[in-house]
Design a protein around this ligand. Structure first.
Ligand code: GLA
Length: 381
């Protein structure tokens, strides 16, 4: 991929620039907890975006998307927003940097990626982080890594329309080979956990389902959580996020909020605790507990948060049937992958059964990705 990016950059701009990369991510546990001030437990993967970039001294940015074979040009003023969706991510990153009082200049860029789109592995965060990291480096803007992640998140909010939390951009920027990172999304404290479960593998099975309305459904989930917090904080003003709430507090407002909002909040409060439980279990090598919590998450995401779908529930059942230690829908949901913690000796039979049973039932083949936990945003050359 890197060679191809260099070739295309040279072809388009007849020059050589600097090459940067940022990855997609997995998340072992802690879903829809980030925007609730809770914990997440992601890691960066070996799939991502690679971009070659060079300042061009012009009044416009010129970018070539190699995968789409599309070209975009735009200025850096708010009204210069490009029409192509993919270019809006890059434009948004530039604008968010400018809003923070920094002055990136215009540049040429060519980029390509290998994070499967719509698989819940955060291809968009990989794109945002690549450009935020690169522009900060090239133009010496002095922005710290957390702010780079926030620039990506704000791009989603203001230029894409997804009110996402910080997890994806954080994992993409902060990833470290071989480690998962537990992030407290309220205090922004984080801790690296070396993750090398001897005798186990982590594998993603991609349902290849992409939900058209995923972003509005996502924003709706977030709204439910905020409604629950508003109700609880009337009698418990210290509650600013669901992270600060307990199940007894939620029960107090059961009749004041809709049954749907109640279920959403219940899932989140339980999920935040599960992340802590998994971290404790990992410290003592108790993979059975890790796996059990993953299944509990799947149940919650399917029945309470309602972000699973028939295909993902089916993959979860197949995992159970094959003795997989832990399995659940990963990421925002509404399609995408399950993440599976499976004993090495069961890996082959599980994957074979998942692929053949899924294909027989849904008439399309799921994709399989082995998880390789890798480094975050970096300059390659
Ligand atoms: C998406 C969002 C994240 C997070 C997950 C669910 O990936 O971008 O901020 O909320 O969904 O955990």
């Amino acid at each position: 991929m890197e060679q191809n990016v260099r070739l295309k950059f040279q072809e388009h701009f007849s020059e050589e620039g600097f090459v940067y990369a940022s990855p997609g991510r997995i998340n072992l546990i802690g879903e829809h907890t980030d925007y609730n001030g809770g914990f997440v437990f992601p890691g960066a993967v070996d799939k991502g975006i690679i971009a070659e970039i060079k300042p061009n001294g012009l009044e416009k940015v010129r970018v070539f998307s190699i995968d789409l074979n599309e070209y975009a040009e735009f200025g850096l003023e708010e009204q210069d927003i490009p029409t192509q969706n993919w270019a809006r991510y890059i434009f948004g990153v530039c604008r968010e940097i400018i809003k923070r009082g920094k002055a990136p200049r215009c540049f040429d860029a060519a980029f390509a990626g290998d994070v499967p789109l719509g698989a819940g592995m955060s291809s968009s965060a990989a794109l945002e982080s690549t450009f935020a990291f690169a522009l900060n480096d090239i133009f010496n803007l002095g922005i710290d890594k957390f702010e780079l992640a926030k620039i990506g998140q704000a791009t989603e909010h203001n230029y894409v329309g997804v009110n996402c939390g910080i997890m994806d951009q954080f994992a993409s920027v902060f990833g470290r080979a071989g480690s998962l990172i537990r992030l407290d999304c309220r205090s922004l404290e984080y801790e690296y956990f070396p993750f090398n479960p001897i005798g186990y593998k982590l594998v993603l099975i991609d349902s290849v389902v992409k939900h058209e309305l995923a972003s509005s459904a996502y924003n709706k989930r977030r709204h439910s959580c905020e409604t629950a917090v508003a109700a609880i904080s009337k009698t418990h003003p210290e509650v600013k996020f669901l992270r600060d709430a307990t199940m007894p507090m939620l029960k107090e407002v059961k009749d004041l909020i809709s049954a749907e909002d109640y279920m959403r909040a219940e899932y989140v409060i339980e999920e935040i605790q599960r992340v802590l439980d998994v971290c404790e279990a990992l410290k003592v090598g108790d993979y059975a507990t890790v796996g059990q919590k993953m299944y509990e998450t799947h149940y919650g995401m399917s029945k309470l948060y309602e972000v699973s779908c028939e295909e993902l529930d089916f993959l979860n059942d197949i995992a159970k049937k094959n003795g997989v230690t832990g399995s659940r829908v990963m990421g925002g949901g509404f399609g995408g992958c399950t993440i599976n913690l499976v004993k090495e000796e069961l890996y082959g039979s599980f994957v074979a059964d998942a692929v053949s049973s899924f294909t027989a039932k849904f008439g399309k083949q799921p994709k399989v990705y082995d998880v390789v936990i890798s480094d975050g945003s970096r300059r390659i050359s």
